[in-house]
Design a protein around this ligand. Structure first.
Ligand code: UDP
Length: 492
């Protein structure tokens, strides 16, 4: 126990931490894992969220009813014009509805604030999509850490553009980065401005939490970030490794898996090691039928075994043959009965990726999928769509050499499928073959990703880089609490 100007600070007392994740699976899932990391160290975790998103934190949670609780707030669906139960970007199929979801999320500010003010925590970990948390934390004089779901390499590239006030319109060299990174496409202005405003408020927090391990981002990017922003980044991941049992890994989303997990695993058991390519584009992407058709043809032409996750169409309980033939070539399912599996809906991704039969992932480079693939040593075939994904692709393919590019050089504006240009079957087939055919290039990639898998596991074990970072972060939170209370004391 330490006494600072009559303020008693108990170094052993568990911290009371509130987590406030944004209402998108890509943000909720990693934060559900990060909350468990804090709970595993004995700290008191409270998650503030809405009824259907709460399931993600409640299900198969070994800390629940011990030092972990979920505070549930109704989502104002009727006020923003969304159907009841739609409270997550994953359930949203149009750009207009995504704006309604954002409005609903903004309306949560008031009930969240009331709750936090009535019973303030020692510290807040808040999503960067809730910039209003900044003023609240200042008012309550409590530390605030931010989470944006990106890896630090990508944050550095974004910060570099922000600080240099660059407005690229075509291919550009990212200024000043520790490595020479040339992007073959530029973010649209609206997307760049949106992110930069959020990064601006994020930089005023007490630090950011990163769901990655330093060895993958690179120590030089940690130094670069601290140098250019004067801000601190805490690598605590890959947080997905906190889940150890099959059940914990199976219930990672808000959606229920559309297929029986055991059936899926026993199908994979029947396949050779590294013979199956897993295809998924995350929780937001809605490809048009024409693009799905090209994927089907490309996969079939590659001759590879596959699991292909295709999000369900809104309001379509069942699909007529004629509707299906718009996106799936005639006879595709029959021809590929033993060779492939099309999952129309939510798949238990972490379990699938972790199976030895899976030898590659065709991915949109969402950071969670990337981090999950690296954690189990699965090479990537990269097809970025928007936001952080083009930078992630650079880290995967050029910097770390753990994937190959399909060759996409155009942003899909918002992930809701109105993009005209489709990626052709030949490019898809070529990308899949490069990773799955076992040639020299593929072997090199497989060897490197296997090394990063090992490093990822070491990082989260006792004494590893992410494990030690979490310990230092907890010390830092205590130091900040002391510092902020002392300042308060001086004002009194
Ligand atoms: N995911 C899943 N099953 C699915 C689709 C996605 O479990 O059918 C999970 C995936 O494992 C990852 C997250 O959803 O944890 C997607 O996050 P990512 O950052 O890769 O992409 P986003 O959805 O944010 O674009």
């Amino acid at each position: 126990m330490e006494s600072v100007n009559n303020i008693i600070v108990d170094e052993e007392r568990p911290l009371k931490i509130y987590f406030i994740p944004y209402l998108a699976s890509g943000h909720l899932i990693p934060q559900a894992d990060i909350t468990r990391l804090f709970a595993s160290r004995g700290h008191h975790v409270t998650v503030l969220t809405t009824p259907s998103n709460a399931q993600l934190f409640l299900k198969s949670n070994p800390y629940l009813h011990r030092n972990y609780r979920v505070q549930i707030f109704p989502f104002p669906a009727d006020q923003v014009g969304l159907p009841a139960g739609i409270e997550n970007l994953t359930g949203i199929k149009t750009f207009d509805d995504s704006l309604k979801l954002h409005s609903g999320a903004s309306l949560l500010q008031e009930p969240f604030t009331n709750f936090i003010e009535q019973d303030p925590p020692d510290c807040i970990v808040g999503d960067f999509l809730y910039p209003w948390l900044h003023d609240l934390a200042i008012k309550l004089r409590i530390p605030r850490f931010a989470f944006n779901g990106f890896c630090l390499f990508t944050i550095c590239a974004m910060e570099s553009l922000r600080l240099h006030r660059m407005e690229p319109t075509g291919p550009y060299l990212v200024p000043d980065l520790p490595g020479k990174i040339t992007m073959n496409t530029a973010p649209p202005k609206f997307a760049k401005d949106f992110i930069e405003n959020l990064l601006d408020t994020e930089a005023k927090s007490d630090g950011i939490l990163v769901n990655n391990f330093i060895e993958l981002d690179g120590e030089e990017y940690v130094e670069y970030y601290e140098k250019i922003t004067g801000h601190k980044a805490w690598h605590v991941g890959p947080a997905c490794l906190v889940r150890r049992t099959t059940e914990e890994k199976a219930v990672r989303g808000t959606e229920k898996s559309v297929l029986n997990v055991e059936d899926c695993l026993s199908w994979l058991d029947s396949k050779r090691v590294n013979s199956v390519v897993y295809v998924s584009f995350g929780t937001i992407c809605q490809f048009p039928d024409s693009q799905l058709y090209e994927i089907a043809c490309g996969l079939e032409a590659s001759g590879c075994e596959f699991i292909w996750v295709v999000p369900e169409k809104k309001g379509k309980e069942s699909e007529s043959e004629a509707e299906k033939e718009k996106w799936l070539p005639k006879g595709f399912e029959e021809r590929n009965k033993t060779k492939g599996m099309v999952i129309r809906g939510w798949a238990p991704q972490v379990l699938i990726l972790g199976h030895v039969a899976v030898g590659g992932i065709l991915t949109h480079c969402g950071w969670n999928s990337t981090s999950e693939a690296v954690s189990v040593g699965v090479p990537m075939i990269t097809w970025p769509l928007h936001s952080d994904q083009f930078y992630n692709e650079k880290l995967i393919c050029e910097v770390r050499g753990i994937g190959v590019e399909i060759g996409v050089d155009e942003w899909s504006n918002d992930g809701y499928g109105e993009k005209e240009k489709v990626v052709g079957r030949l490019e898809i087939e070529k990308g899949v073959r490069r990773v799955m055919d076992g040639g020299d290039e593929a072997e090199g990639i497989r060897r490197r990703v296997e090394e990063f898998k090992k490093k990822a596991r070491e990082a989260v074990q006792e004494g590893g880089s992410s494990y030690n970072n979490l310990t230092s972060l907890i010390h830092e939170i205590r130091r900040l609490i002391r510092h902020k209370r002392l300042k308060l004391h001086k004002f009194e």
